[in-house]
Design a protein around this ligand. Structure first.
Ligand code: ZN
Length: 137
């Protein structure tokens, strides 16, 4: 029997992010005062501490900034996925987020690899995942 994958529990701060994901849009925050862009969601700009920001949609292009290959499942739902890649993705717009890479063997993943956003639908939510970008794709 497969245990269900744990899902994010949106709170007041992260709800706009997850609501956009549910509509297959990946959004990041952008500071109205200094223009800095970031993820994950926070109540103030991590650079200038201003409290006013906008949610901006990403085009979904990025590169692998760093990665780890998991050979051990820390939740039963991930047992069948082993080994799998947890990566920090740097979006073309600048913000970075932790995600999974799909459609590639862990040994073929490298820092700097071009990736493209896709969504995994789970119940009423969707998780942003990344797949290596192929030439022209
Ligand atoms: Zn700022």
């Amino acid at each position: 029997m497969n245990e269900a994958r744990p899902l994010p529990a949106p709170d007041e701060v992260t709800r706009p992010f997850w609501s956009a994901c549910a509509e297959h849009r990946l959004c990041f925050q952008q500071c109205r005062a200094c223009g800095y862009r970031w993820l994950p969601a926070s109540v103030v700009c991590p650079r200038c501490w201003a409290g006013e920001c906008d949610w901006v949609p990403s085009e979904g292009e990025g590169t692998v900034f760093s990665l780890a290959v998991y050979h051990r499942a820390y939740h039963p739902a991930f047992q069948a996925l082993l080994p799998y890649v947890v990566a920090v993705i740097e979006l073309a717009e600048g913000p970075r987020l932790v995600s999974n890479l799909v459609g590639v063997q862990p040994q073929d993943v490298s820092v700097g690899m071009a990736v493209r956003l896709e969504f995994l639908d789970l119940d009423d939510r969707a998780l942003p995942l990344f797949r290596p970008r192929t030439r022209g794709g």
